[in-house]
Design a protein around this ligand. Structure first.
Ligand code: HEM
Length: 224
C-alpha cells in the first residue's frame, strides 16, 4: 500500500537515507568544480579578443595568463583525487551497454524498463572517462604552450599544434561539463548527494537499485 507521507505529522515522517559521498569526496568534487569554472573563464578570456573582458575577473590580461596554467595544475591534482576514489565504480559492464541501447526510455524517465544499475549509469561513466582523458590531454598540451617555463623546448609547429589541440579539448570538456551539470540538476535529488553526502532510499531505488541492494544493511543506510 502506498502511504502519502506528506499528511503524516513531522515526527512520523521518517525517511531512509543512504550515504553516497564522504566529506572528503565532496570537498574534492567542489574544489574540482570551482577550479574547472575558473579555468574555463580564464581560458575563454585568452581564447578570443571578444572575450578579453573576462580578464577583468582575474585582475587583467597578464595576471590571467599567469594564473591560468597554475589553475590547470590544481585541476589535474584535484581530479586525480576524484579519479582514485571513483574509477572502479566507473568500469563499463553489460548493464551499461543495455542502458545505452535504451536511451529513449532513459529520456522518457521509464526507468522500470531499464536494467538495475550500480553506483553510476553509462552517462555518468562517459562523463568520468571523458573528463579524465580530456584533462590529461589539456594538461600535457598546456605544458607545451606554457612558454614561461617550457618555451624553446619544442618547435613553433609543435607549439601551434598543441595550442590547437588544447583549444579543441577545452571546447569538448566545457560541453561535457554542461551536460554533467544539467543531468545532475535534471535528476531530482542528485545535487543533495554532492552537498549533503546522502540520498533518499527512494532516489537510490529508482536510479541505482543494484547499488542500493549492496548498501542496504550496511552502516551506510540509516533512518531519520
Ligand atoms: C557546478 C558544477 C557541478 C555540479 C552542479 C556537479 C554536480 C554533480 C553531482 C550532483 C554529482 C553526483 C552524481 C551522483 O552521485 O549520481 C556529481 C558527481 C561527479 N562530478 Fe560533478 N558537478 C559539477 C562540476 C564537476 C566538474 C567540473 C567535474 C570534473 C571536471 C565533475 C566531476 C564529477 C565526477 C567525476 C563525479 C562522480 C561521478 C562519476 O564518477 O561518474 N563535476 N557532480
Amino acid at each position: 500500500m502506498a502511504i502519502d507521507i506528506e499528511h503524516l505529522p513531522p515526527r512520523v515522517r521518517t525517511r531512509t537515507f543512504i550515504d553516497r559521498y564522504s566529506a572528503f569526496a565532496r570537498v574534492n568534487h567542489w574544489i574540482t568544480a570551482i577550479t574547472f569554472s575558473l579555468l574555463a573563464l580564464s581560458g575563454l578570456a585568452l581564447f578570443h579578443p571578444s572575450l578579453y573582458f573576462l580578464t577583468g575577473l582575474f585582475g587583467g590580461g597578464a595576471v590571467t595568463r599567469a594564473v591560468h596554467p597554475w589553475l590547470g595544475v590544481i585541476l589535474l591534482i584535484s581530479f586525480a583525487g576524484m579519479f582514485l576514489q571513483f574509477w572502479r565504480y566507473n568500469l563499463w559492464n553489460r548493464d551499461d551497454t543495455q542502458w545505452m541501447s535504451q536511451i529513449g526510455d532513459v529520456v522518457k524517465g521509464d526507468e522500470e524498463k531499464l536494467p538495475e544499475l550500480d553506483k553510476y549509469n553509462a552517462g555518468q561513466k562517459g562523463v568520468f572517462w571523458g573528463q579524465a582523458l580530456m584533462i590529461l590531454v589539456l594538461f600535457c598540451t598546456g605544458l607545451v604552450i606554457w612558454d614561461q617555463y617550457f618555451g624553446g623546448y619544442v618547435s613553433i609547429e609543435t607549439n601551434r599544434l598543441a595550442a590547437l589541440i588544447h583549444a579543441v579539448m577545452a571546447f569538448f570538456a566545457i560541453m561535457l561539463i554542461i551536460v554533467h551539470v544539467y543531468a545532475g540538476i535534471w535528476v531530482r535529488g542528485s545535487v543533495a548527494s554532492m552537498t549533503r553526502g546522502r540520498v533518499t532510499g527512494g532516489w537510490a531505488w529508482r536510479h541505482h537499485r543494484k547499488w542500493l541492494r549492496r548498501e542496504a544493511g550496511t552502516k551506510h543506510a540509516h533512518r531519520e
